[in-house]
Write a protein of this length. Structure first.
Length: 111
């Protein structure tokens, strides 16, 4: 994540509006100073834009394929001495999904 000091070295795009230049000989009586008079468009990111970009970069750095995640879940399930079941569902409205069910700490009532 960028720290707050990173923005200190950047110039605001509107700073150029206040820049004036003069290239004249000191003895020239008809010397003119030129200043930027047309403010140019600039995109200043909002705090939300910055946060969204940071979040995308964070998740991109941890991108793992689904099978690797499921494999890790199998390992965790075995550490719990449990059972993992994978299913595919389809409801009457046409919604399909995949479901992972982990069952652990299984006890039977012997009455």
């Amino acid at each position: 994540m960028p720290n707050e000091n990173q923005n200190l070295n950047t110039t605001d795009c509107q700073d150029q509006y206040f820049e004036c230049t003069s290239e004249c000989d000191p003895n020239d009586t008809k010397c003119t100073t030129e200043c930027v008079t047309n403010l140019k468009e600039c995109d200043v990111p909002t705090q939300e834009d910055i946060h969204t970009k940071q979040k995308e970069q964070y998740y991109e750095s941890y991108k793992v394929d689904k099978e690797s995640i499921i494999s890790e879940m199998l390992v965790l399930t075995s550490l719990l001495d449990g059972k993992m079941e994978r299913m595919e569902t389809l409801n009457s409205q046409g919604k399909s999904s995949k479901v992972i069910r982990i069952e652990y700490d299984i006890k039977y009532n012997n009455t």
